[in-house]
Design a protein around this ligand. Structure first.
Ligand SMILES: NC(=O)c1ccc[n+]([C@@H]2O[C@H](COP(=O)([O-])OP(=O)(O)OC[C@H]3O[C@@H](n4cnc5c(N)ncnc54)[C@H](O)[C@@H]3O)[C@@H](O)[C@H]2O)c1
Ligand SMILES: [Zn+2]
Length: 1560
């Protein structure tokens, strides 16, 4: 090539705005300069701007070509200047700053009005450079050279230029048309694959609104378009420069891009300023943009638009325009180009993570859409599709919010159909059966003649089948009626070798059917490979291949034996036929595969099924029946033998695929339940599917009218009664345990069911009794569950929420449209609350056993046993287990075989216990030395790592030594008799093996053992996720920061005072350094570190012993406003990890990347609060989005909850902080944000959750400006955010009740504006009006209304239900509706008092004790339930009227062994340890003989203070509990339930006593 010779490409031109200014081709560089120099106005300076990704690839070509082109046209005439500027890539360059820099640079280069600007790059460069050109010297000529696919088909055309501002994207810009747009497709070869997909979203979108033909092409050529772009041309050649050198793939690429660009150009030309038609290009963008607003920049524009396209198409379908076929094709096409098609698509999930994804909720999306530039007023305008390639209007259409919301919601609210359903009969055509669709495709493709297949199911399976059959040639497919009809031109069985492998994805049916079919390929050479995705390559196909090979087919496995890929060699013998033996016990599809192709074998096939029972005979029958419909009759010569004649199939002119009969059961059930009439027109008695009998076999016996012809079914309801279903054991193991799911979910409607091993009994109720609430149905992601409950919801009085709308997509994506449009059930979108609370923790049995390790004598057996009892698990002592298995005592083993042999036994037994005998359901205590062996350690570590809990008991060694002194029964320690040394050596080994640690130190509190047991159970509950004790973050919550250097400063009473109102306690480990023992200590010394760690652990344990509230464990560093040295990171990291092991519910980490990331990675069941404190308030200014957003993102990456703290410099900073939280806080992604300092106090009032608070009784606040719960509540109430509510006591007589004093004192202490009053009535009736009032906050209920109130309530707690009485009414707001809940706290009062009394008196354990209950009225029911809750199993019951006692004993017989005694004295024999009196004003004589050695007596009556029971107990030196104590305790629980705050116990108690002491 000479120096001046130009390579001028052959190009295609596309007109835009009246001139041919779009130029497409390959290798355009020379063409571009030649065109500019010859055809456009001359410039003195050419400014080319590009980015750093493109510069190294293409810049030199442009510079080189510039010189050559000039010389070739102008000879040696002085050349104009070419100035080049390279910018950083990415959206951030589209800024005012960059624009300014370019302009200043151009000015400095003395560019004038005769400058021409060229943008070489993607949309970013194009938009930015275009805007520079538009305003430089009031506008200079401009050239677009788009290099990304998106830029070619979208951003370069139309003249829109823009930059971004902090307020949003593209908000400042101008219309400025480029003089030329050069699309050089050759550069696409360097485009990253994801950017290619990004651009394809716009290409697919454009075809979808504009051109059915173009859509067909895109759909069919995904593979070749992808290849053309991504592989590009090999080497540095100039393929495609001329048409002659263009490859097929290049032609396809040019065609696709040019077509898309042409549409955009056309639309722009006819609507330059975007008044109507141009809005069409916005298809997929209304919803897409809203998604993008939340998930960008991680997710690209095109990826969001792809999801938007699918959702907007679904919206069009919902409104009755496009059909399901269109939506399915669009979805598959986008997916074929590597794009996501749903909000929770794995592609998006991978990019943004689960936490972020949870933010994409309908309300947020609607909010973003509300401010869309394209809206007209408040009406949203969305492009609706009539079919693929055509819109409903030539502009966006107005759509109601409710419709949009429904389509973008995860859940759906189904409202009752009312009377409208009983009107005229409805015809519903469910989607085609998948089995029939697949068979019909093979039959018609192999047959001769044309066949129109209707109602074909469009699924990935059928799509794969279609393309594979097409690739084997011989047959042709085309669509009619917008894809509703598939026209097949059968090839009569003439198949040829496909051009490439047959790729079948994960379509099992296609793989099996075609494995026989490929052998029909004619000719005596060539090979065909059948392959699939990774999953497919694991699915079995062995028996079929074996049978075909035995028949003479040449098939080899390419990878693993027995699975795809298969290589079939064509030998000219085709499919030999004759006798074929096939094992049909794995899949009936093998049989169908041979049957379907058999008519084209060389000799007639005699198929013999060998092996055991044939699986799924109905599917074989279906195949045979369909073959007959295509003219081939199979003869069944014996049960397992078939003869198939050799003859071609004859295609019927039309074949209607039967609707899926399982799907059809739902509309028919709708008729049954609503009493309406529904017809399914293409399923009848002649159906090929078993489920077609549903109407006749199930609905008719239930009382429905069923008319069934050979081809249609009509059902008219209604049906009712008890339904027993049997023989459906397999439903326990479908997509979910459907039987359990039915029982659980039906219960929400008030329908009772019994769950049987092979079925279910459903006790039908009247429709009007279907529950007074609107249940929220969990579908377990199972389409069948969703559809069933949607039917039930149509008659439930208030309808119901179906949580997972989309799961019906598996078989009937348009089900909700049918339900709403055809069947008339009103539907609306819903955004279900996360399940957690409602969904029970996984069953106890499924949890791995708990292992306890630690020194001998620390309490492994005692605590292990106690915990096992409390958790309902078995206790296993490994030493005893080993001795019993080996039949020798441990000392014997050691004596005979030595220590190492003993350790081997120990390990073998541990493995046996954990893996075989007790993998779950046990608490296993190991011998103290188990950690001595390295193998044991490795095993335990692995156990902990894979989900098991290994809990180490940390000893107080002094106690252990004392204990071992007394216990001489065990062998001495092997190494040395000094157990302190042993412990020193083992300590790190224990630490290494366990994942939880528990300090056992009975010197921390008085009467420690019951408390230690309780807290050990609490740790195990936490470690095994049985109970995580977490704060509800959906409403305001508080945690109090302890500031003293020793928890003892708050004991015994102050801790209760300061935690009142809070839901958690913050333990500031850094402040413990203030303790005098560390005053002068040097934290760098290892022994000081050890001492500090020990101190922190004992403080943590003491706090546990003293409060049941969850703990926030914090080590605040000096730079963040705390006391901990910023330099001691290793120690800080260690403390935080330990806190996780101690079971701290929350651990605060500072957002610092290193420590934080590690703690987050190892958080186990703790939640991590990632925090950042700007102690000056200069960086974290809330509105400065850069910094706040960055720190928030970093916090989210290392925390479950983010805590951002700044300082208010002005009061308005509080509002900014509020706005920030409103943008970023949600229950799923919680954010604590506030300002420190006096000026910042208001931000604490407004903080959405976990607000740190102080309390007047604390010596110092933990941070400047910290206020108390009381102050916050007062402020919230003043602000109108906490309205005053009225609470009542219902009952009579009640004048002397101390309850008003107690609750009002409680409200006042918490700063709540509520008021509690007596409401004495002579009957229950007037209470209805009281509880219905809007300001009703709750009530206590006493005699005589504890039972009468029940019918006025919406639901009862389990406790109230079992007790059969309500003493507390709690109004709860759920989904915006008020639900009145009846609860019972009497039993909680009894439990709390008895537990405390036992702890101080050291009486017998509840589980082994006997209790006596006196009285059989409502209160004694609470007493029995309390005893049951505490673990008591044996109860004596006395009542003057014995029959009532018997009746009560009977009712509780499922929970307790109750023996009714005829006289009180009779109970003496049973030796009760606990006696509860429940009779007010009781005048019984209490026999002294009842009182054994040591026990607790409790009387529920509080007038007089000393009842006969308590007096007698006192005389016998028993512990006594006065009724007034129970009154306080139950009241405290009431207040907690009403306010969701921890109650101020001491203040409430004092209020009661000051009244009580004065009166009694
Ligand atoms: N003006 C309009 O009408 C309009 C329409 C749609 C989008 N846009 C704008 O377009 C921008 C997005 O455009 P984009 O998707 O092209 O992004 P982009 O310009 O950032 O390009 C994407 C990435 O691909 C690289 N790249 C581009 N071509 C390449 C090639 N041939 N080889 C190797 N790497 C290459 C770029 O350097 C960049 O890193 C957004 O700012 C959007 O607002 C404008
Ligand atoms: Zn777009």
């Amino acid at each position: 090539m000479s120096k001046t010779e130009l390579q001028l490409a052959e190009v295609e031109k596309i007109p835009v705005l009246g001139s041919d200014s779009i130029v497409c081709g390959f290798h355009l560089t020379d063409y571009i300069w030649h065109d500019i120099f010859t055809n456009l106005t001359k410039a003195s300076t050419y400014v080319l701007i590009t980015d750093t990704n493109l510069a190294p690839l293409y810049l030199h070509k442009y510079q080189d070509s510039f010189a050559r082109a000039w010389a070739s046209i102008n000879g040696s005439k002085a050349s104009p200047r070419l100035l080049v500027r390279v910018l950083p890539p990415g959206e951030t360059s589209k800024s005012r700053a960059t624009k300014g820099e370019i302009e200043d640079w151009m000015l400095s280069q003395r560019c004038t009005r005769d400058t021409m600007v060229l943008a070489l790059g993607g949309g970013v460069i194009g938009d930015l450079v275009g805007f520079v050109a538009a305003t430089f010297m009031r506008g200079v000529p401009f050239i677009q050279i788009p290099t990304s696919l998106l830029a070619m088909v979208d951003s370069s055309i139309g003249g829109k230029t823009a930059i971004d501002t902090p307020a949003g994207k593209n908000l400042v810009g101008a219309f400025w048309q480029p003089k030329r747009i050069f699309m050089d497709m050759a550069v696409l070869s360097t485009l990253p694959a994801r950017e290619f997909s990004n651009g394809m979203a716009e290409v697919v979108k454009t075809a979808a609104i504009w051109s059915p033909e173009e859509f067909d092409v895109l759909e069919a050529s995904a593979e070749s378009v992808r290849k053309a772009v991504l592989q590009g041309q090999s080497g540095d050649g100039l393929e495609g420069l001329t048409i002659a050198t263009r490859s097929e793939a290049q032609k396809m690429l040019l065609r696709v891009i040019a077509a898309s660009a042409r549409v955009k150009a056309y639309v722009v030309t006819h609507d330059e300023r975007e008044s109507g038609m141009r809005g069409l290009l916005n298809f997929g963008h209304s919803i897409g943009h809203a998604i993008e607003a939340i998930v960008s920049p991680q997710v690209l524009h095109g990826e969001c638009v792809a999801v938007g396209c699918v959702l907007e198409a679904e919206l069009s379908r919902r409104l009755g325009y496009i059909g399901e076929v269109g939506v399915a094709r669009l979805t598959r096409c986008l997916r074929a180009y590597g794009l996501p098609t749903a909000i929770d698509d794995p592609i998006i999930r991978r990019l943004v993570g689960d936490a972020k994804l949870k933010e994409v909720r309908p309300a947020r999306l609607m909010e973003v859409m509300r401010v869309d530039k394209k809206n007209v007023g408040t009406q949203k305008r969305i492009v609706l599709l009539k079919r693929l390639g055509e819109c409903v209007e030539l502009k966006p259409s107005n759509v109601d919010d409710a419709m949009i919301e429904e389509v973008i919601s995860a859940g759906v609210l189904v409202k009752p159909v009312g009377d409208s359903a009983s009107g005229s009969p409805v015809v519903v055509v469910p989607p085609g059966s998948k089995s029939i669709s697949n068979r019909a495709l093979v039959l018609a493709a192999l047959g001769s003649g044309e066949c129109r297949i209707r109602n074909l199911l469009h699924s990935d399976d059928t799509q794969v089948m279609l393309s594979a059959l097409q690739d084997m040639g011989g047959c042709g497919f085309s669509w009619e009626d917008d894809g509703d009809t598939l026209v097949v031109r059968g090839g009569g069985g003439q198949l040829s070798v496909p051009g490439s492998e047959l790729y079948l994805g994960n379509a099992g049916t296609a793989a099996r059917f075609l494995t026989t079919t490929v052998n029909l390929i004619g000719g005596d050479s060539g090979e065909t490979v059948l392959t699939g995705n990774a999953r497919m390559k694991q699915r079995p196909i062995g028996p079929l291949v074996d049978a075909l090979r035995a028949n003479g087919c040449q098939i080899v496995y390419e990878e693993s034996q027995g699975s795809l890929p298969l290589r079939v060699t064509h030998t000219g013998k085709g499919f030999p036929g004759g006798t074929i033996e096939l094992a049909a016990t794995v899949s009936s599809q093998y049989v169908s595969s041979i049957l379907l192709s058999a008519p084209y074998a060389q000799t007639p096939v005699h198929l013999v099924l060998v092996g055991g029972k044939v699986i799924s005979q109905p599917y074989i029958d279906m195949t045979i029946a369909m073959m007959a419909q295509f003219g081939v009759n199979v003869e069944r010569v014996s049960e397992k033998e078939y003869l198939i004649p050799t003859m071609p199939y004859t295609n019927p002119a039309e074949y209607v695929v039967e609707s899926d009969a399982s799907s059809a059961t739902y509309p028919l059930a709708f008729a049954a339940i609503t009493g309406s009439t529904v017809t399914v027109p293409n399923i009848g008695s002649a159906s090929l599917q078993g489920d077609a009998r549903f109407a006749v076999d199930v609905l008719r016996p239930m009382g429905c009218t069923v008319e069934q012809t050979a081809t249609s079914t009509t059902v008219t309801g209604p049906a009712r009664g008890v339904t027993r279903i049997r023989g459906i054991a397999n439903q326990h193991v479908k997509e979910c345990d459907r039987i359990a799911a039915m029982c659980d979910e039906l219960a929400k409607f008030g329908v009772t069911c019994e769950n049987h091993a092979d079925g279910i009994d459903v006790h039908g109720v009247r429709i009007s009794d279907l529950g007074p609430v609107s249940p929220s149905v969990h579908c377990y992601d199972d389409h069948r569950v969703a559809m069933s409950f949607s039917i039930l919801s149509c008659v439930a009085p208030l309808g119901a929420e179906i949580r997972e709308r989309r799961c019906v997509g598996k078989t009937w994506p348009q089900w909700w449209d049918v339900l709403a449009r055809d069947l008339g059930a009103p539907t609306a979108g819903s955004d279900p609350e996360p399940l957690e609370a409602e969904h029970k923790e996984t069953a106890v049995a499924a949890k791995p056993s708990i292992v306890i390790i630690g020194m001998r004598g620390v309490g492994k057996s005692t605590l292990g046993q106690a915990a096992a009892e409390a958790l309902g698990l078995e206790f296993v002592d490994m030493d005893a287990y080993l001795e019993s298995k080996i039949s020798k005592t441990i000392p014997e083993i050691i004596k005979a075989d030595g220590w190492p042999a003993f350790r081997d036994h120990e390990r073998a037994m541990l493995v046996q216990a954990l893996e075989q005998e007790h993998p779950e359901g046990a608490v296993i205590a190991c011998g103290g030395g188990v950690v001595e062996s390295e193998q044991n350690r490795a095993y335990l570590k692995q156990y902990a790592k894979t989900g098991g809990a290994v809990v180490c008991l940390t000893p107080n060694m002094k106690h252990v030594a004392e204990y071992l002194e007394q216990d001489k029964t065990r062998p001495a320690y092997a190494i040395t008799s000094d157990i302190y040394e042993v412990y020193q050596k083992r300590r790190p080994l224990y630490a290494e093996c366990c994942n939880y640690e528990f300090l056992v130190d009975k010197s921390l509190v008085a009467n420690a053992w019951p408390v230690i047991e309780r807290d050990f159970v609490r740790l195990l509950n936490f470690a095994t996720a049985r109970s995580l004790n977490r704060v509800d973050l959906s409403s305001p919550s508080f945690f109090v920061s302890l500031t003293a250097d020793d928890v003892r400063a708050y004991l015994p009473d102050t801790l209760g005072d300061v935690t009142a109102g809070s839901q958690a306690i913050e333990m500031r480990a850094d402040l413990l350094l203030n303790n005098q023992q560390f005053a002068a200590a040097d934290l760098r010394q290892p022994d000081v570190q050890e001492a500090f760690v020990e101190y922190v652990q004992s403080q943590f344990t003491l706090l546990r012993h003293s409060s049941s509230l969850p703990v926030v464990f914090t080590v605040r560093t000096e730079p963040q406003g705390g006391r901990f040295p910023g330099s001691a990171d290793a120690l800080r990291s260690r403390l935080l990890h330990l806190a996780v092991r101690w079971g701290a519910e929350y651990v605060d980490v500072e957002i610092d990347n290193i420590v934080a990331a590690k703690v987050f990675a190892g958080k186990q069941n703790s939640l991590v609060i990632s925090s950042y404190h700007d102690t000056a308030g200069t960086r974290l200014t809330w509105t400065d989005c850069e910094f706040a957003n960055e720190i928030l993102a970093r916090g989210r990456a290392c925390g479950d909850i983010v805590k951002l703290i700044s300082v208010a410099n002005a009061w308005e900073d509080n509002l900014k902080c509020l706005q920030f939280t409103q943008r970023h806080h949600s229950a799923a992604a919680p954010l604590i944000a506030l300002n420190m300092g006096y000026t910042g106090q208001m931000s604490r009032v407004l903080c959405p959750c976990l607000t740190p608070v102080t309390h007047p009784a604390l010596t110092a606040a933990a941070a400047p400006g910290q206020i108390s719960v009381q102050e916050i509540s007062q402020a919230r109430s003043l602000m109108g955010k906490l309205p005053a509510r009225s609470f009542y006591l219902f009952g009579t007589p009640i004048q002397h009740s101390p309850s008003p004093a107690m609750h009002n004192a409680g409200f006042a202490a918490l700063g709540l504006p509520h008021m509690y009053r007596l409401n004495e009535t002579s009957s229950a009736d007037p209470l209805k009006a009281v509880i219905a009032a809007a300001d009703f906050g709750g009530a206590s209920v006493t005699i005589p209304y504890k039972q009468e109130i029940i019918p006025m309530l919406d639901e009862l707690t389990d406790a109230a239900q079992t007790i059969g009485a309500v003493n507390t009414v709690i109004p709860e707001i759920r989904n915006g509706k008020r639900v009145l809940v009846g609860d019972n706290t009497d039993y909680l009062g009894i439990c709390g008092c008895l537990e405390r009394a036992r702890a101080t008196a050291g009486t017998q354990k509840f589980t082994s004790a006997t209790a006596l209950v006196i009285g059989a009225g409502g209160t004694s029911r609470a007493a029995l339930y309390a005893l049951y809750t505490l673990g008591v199993r044996n109860v004596a019951l006395f009542n003057r009227t014995a029959s009532r006692a018997h009746q009560l004993a009977n009712e509780f017989s499922g929970l307790l062994n109750v023996s009714v005694v005829g006289q009180l004295l009779d109970a003496a024999e049973l030796k009760p340890t606990y006696i509860i009196g429940t009779i007010p004003g009781c005048d019984l004589v209490i026999p002294e003989q009842l009182f054994g050695e040591n026990g607790v007596a409790l009387d529920m009556a509080y007038k007089p203070r000393w009842t006969p029971l308590l007096e007698t107990a006192q005389r016998n030196k028993w512990n006594v509990v006065h009724g007034v104590e129970v009154l306080v305790e139950q009241g405290v629980h009431q207040l907690a339930k009403w306010t969701k705050l921890s109650p101020p116990v001491r203040i409430m108690r004092e209020a009661v006593y000051s009244k009580y002491d004065a009166e009694f």
